[in-house]
Ligand binder design. Structure first.
Ligand code: ADP
Ligand code: MG
Length: 696
């Protein structure tokens, strides 16, 4: 047995290691710079770099890389070795402060949405000392931000850090109003639960749709799906348990606090939850988690699928972004405490979130929009595309009393007995869970459940931080002028909750009734990425991001373009993959099977001219009809893709991909799936759903 204490963070240049490896004075300067978020003094950079290099070499590293997060949802690295030549031609290992602080990757192939003009193809990476460096696969990885020559953000980390600063600025004003003068910083904390699928690698490799698109484009449903609910929290199979053990160990070495691992609702679906940390670290760690999951799976002959909807008819995968606001003195502003009704700071913070979510439904929706997540949201298994907040009965009645100006009796945790003396009474949580809500209050944090499983969590957190910062700003602007704080803060809470009550919904988010009701309440229902993304650059949204210094207009326009481009590219690859599968393998397979049926008929008739050949004849005719339809539809699809691909305006192109391409793909799928379910198993060219989902 390995001791977690020994391996946890053993490959991280963390605080403890820094303290041990750096001269005392340098360590203190660095620590102060990190804690107080001041820039690193370049005079200490050389010493830090030298210590980092020596430590990394002890850990087996030969190379270093600036590790960054371009707008692709995956991380990028460019490895350089530590090796340098001395004047007399000998090799030495070197790593300077300059190399630690700044990098210039040739970044012309990363998405920039036109931010990096072609004459200035360079991008710059800059060290983020608030996220520890680590050694992964023999390389010292230095977390960095990635920006253009003009300093515009080309990545996820830069705006995330800016949004954390923005919410800190406003939250500090609020806590000061409550007399908490010892607070130096208010941090957003995040725990991101990650869902994923595991399938056998050999089977995976036989399916071009999985290989190229990460999801199946065709595939008939198996006789058994998830209806028996026997997978969720079920016993973990040995092969998967081995994988999880291995994964945990690797993540722990990298300082990722992987805590819970369990089966999810769909067969072959699993979840990993880390212990929460500040958002910047949580985002870095979630990227690392996804990467290590994929790598570890391969080592176990498995493939880890992070796509939001790999299989039709079974649940897709998401990420739950648990979010709270905590002071550096350890106070969680979203913790109601024993007497929620008299916890004014809690109620004010809660009102800020309610206001922010109601006023900026569009931004939250955009933050989770992608081709993959479109297939999941609103599909009666994941939150709907309509944003609403779940508070639970207790808080709801508290807010109700607030609106009416009545006194509220706080109900605290009650005890629950199980009906046998051997099991002691357990405390019942009064924030019951509502799995259908996109934005749910869960005791002392909000859980944003709409994120796609493959996406970086940065976008969602940039939005949450910015919109809540804006609400807090409005509150602070008003309350700082107040002559009677007690009275005015209560009035403000009451006014805010009354005004934004429509966003609160405690019922079933999957129901059709909710869609009708939400429409009546005037809530947005942005169905897909093509529809949602153009809201990003609405005038008031540009002003919002500029007001808080999170993103400028140019950056926002570029981001909108990149996200739409990513959407178009994803659907384009899917359509082309489907065309190839249908034309090269599905149509020929069906033909071969029809010819087999015809052979059967001939052979049977050779024995007896009058023999009954109804089955073979009818089947051959039906399959022939379907094959013809597939052939015709593949032409329609080809035309639709060509049209979408040459649409110059990116917003219109995205709409074309959605309206014209995806709909034909859906039609092709239903015919192919029908043909699959009546074709002899061995004649079908791809591993079927039952094998993929139940074989490990
Ligand atoms: P679930 O039942 O949804 O799995 P848990 O209580 O186990 O809920 O928590 C899920 C995630 O929320 C974990 O990653 C956990 O670390 C995180 N979490 C817990 N408290 C907070 C908090 N105050 N702020 C942010 N995340 C939190
Ligand atoms: Mg959860």
């Amino acid at each position: 047995m390995t001791d977690i204490k020994d391996i946890f963070g053993s490959f991280v240049f963390d605080d403890e290691t820094m303290k041990a490896k750096l001269p005392d004075g340098i360590y203190r300067t660095l620590k102060e710079a990190i804690d107080e978020r001041k820039g690193i003094d370049s005079s200490i950079a050389d010493t830090v770099a030298e210590a980092m290099k020596n430590w990394a070499i002890e850990k087996g590293a030969t190379h270093y890389t600036h590790w960054f997060q371009p707008m692709t949802d995956i991380t990028a690295e460019k490895h350089d070795s530590f090796i340098s030549a001395t004047k007399d031609g000998k090799a030495i290992l070197e790593f300077s402060g300059k190399e630690l602080i700044k990098g210039e990757p040739d970044a012309s192939s990363f998405p920039s949405g036109g931010l990096r003009a072609t004459f200035e193809a360079r991008g710059y990476t800059a060290w983020d000392p608030s996220s520890y460096a680590f050694v992964k696969d023999g390389t010292l990885c230095i977390p960095t931000a990635f920006c253009s020559y003009g300093g515009e953000a080309l990545d996820q980390k830069t705006p995330l850090l800016r949004s954390m600063d923005a919410i800190n600025r406003q939250a500090l004003r609020i806590v000061k109003l409550f007399g908490m003068n010892d607070v130096k910083r208010v941090n957003t904390m995040v725990g991101a639960e990650q869902e994923y699928f595991l399938v056998d690698k050999e089977l995976f490799d036989k399916r071009p749709d999985l290989v190229f698109c990460g999801r199946t484009l065709i595939g008939a449903k198996p006789p058994k799906g998830q209806e028996m609910d026997d997978h969720y929290f079920g016993v973990i199979k040995p092969r998967v348990a081995d994988f999880m053990r291995d994964l945990d160990k690797k993540l722990w070495e990298l300082g990722v606090m992987a805590k819970t691992e369990h089966n999810e609702a769909a067969p072959a679906q699993y979840e990993l939850a880390p212990v929460f940390s500040n958002t910047n670290i949580a985002a870095d760690h979630n990227q690392l988690t996804m990467e290590i999951m994929k790598k570890t799976a391969e080592e176990h002959g498995l493939v880890c699928i992070l796509h939001e909807k790999p299989f039709d008819g079974v649940n897709g995968s998401g990420k739950h972004n648990n979010w709270s606001l905590c002071t550096d003195t350890g106070i969680n502003l979203l913790k109601p405490g024993k007497n929620a009704s008299s916890n004014t700071l809690f109620l004010l913070t809660l009102s800020a979130v309610i206001k922010a979510v109601d006023e900026h439904q569009d931004l939250l929706r955009i933050s989770v929009a992608s081709a993959g997540n479109d297939l999941r949201l609103g599909a009666a298994e994941a939150p709907p595309a309509i944003i609403s907040i779940y508070l639970g009965d207790e808080l709801d009645s508290l807010l109700d009393s607030t609106i009416k100006g009545e006194r509220h009796n706080d109900v605290n945790k009650t005890n629950m007995t199980v009906g046998t003396d051997i099991i002691p009474a357990i405390r019942k949580d009064n924030t019951d869970r509502n799995r259908t809500s996109p934005f749910a209050f869960t005791g002392n944090k909000f859980e944003f459940r709409m994120l796609g499983s493959a996406a970086s969590i940065s976008d969602a957190n940039i939005m949450i931080n910015t919109v809540v910062a804006d609400a807090l700003k409005e509150f602070a602007d008003r309350l700082e002028q107040s002559a009677d704080f007690e009275r005015d803060v209560k009035a403000l809470i009451r006014e805010t909750v009354t005004k934004h009550k429509r966003i609160i919904f405690n019922g079933d988010g999957y129901s059709e009734d909710w869609k009708t009701e939400a429409k009546k309440r005037g809530l947005l229902n942005l169905q897909n990425t093509a529809e949602a993304l153009p809201y990003l650059t609405k005038r008031e949204n540009i002003e919002l991001f500029e007001r808080h210094g999170v993103l400028g207009e140019t950056e926002l326009r570029c981001r909108e373009e990149i996200r739409l481009e990513n959407y178009c590219k994803a659907v384009n690859v899917e359509a082309n993959t489907l065309l190839q599968m249908i034309n090269r393998e599905v149509i020929p397979a069906i033909s071969t099977y029809i010819s087999f049926l015809c052979d059967c008929i001939n052979k049977k008739r050779a024995i007896d001219k009058e023999i009954d050949c109804t089955v073979e004849t009818e089947l051959a005719k039906e399959l022939s009809g379907e094959n013809t339809r597939l052939f015709e539809l593949s032409d329609t699809l080809k035309a639709a893709v060509t049209l979408a691909a040459k649409t110059a305006d990116i917003k219109e192109a995205a709409r074309n991909y959605h309206d014209k391409v995806l709909s034909v793909m859906q039609e092709i799928r239903s015919i192919a799936d029908s043909a699959e379910s009546r074709t002899k198993r061995e004649a079908w060219p791809y591993p079927t759903y039952d094998k993929l989902l139940f074989k490990i």
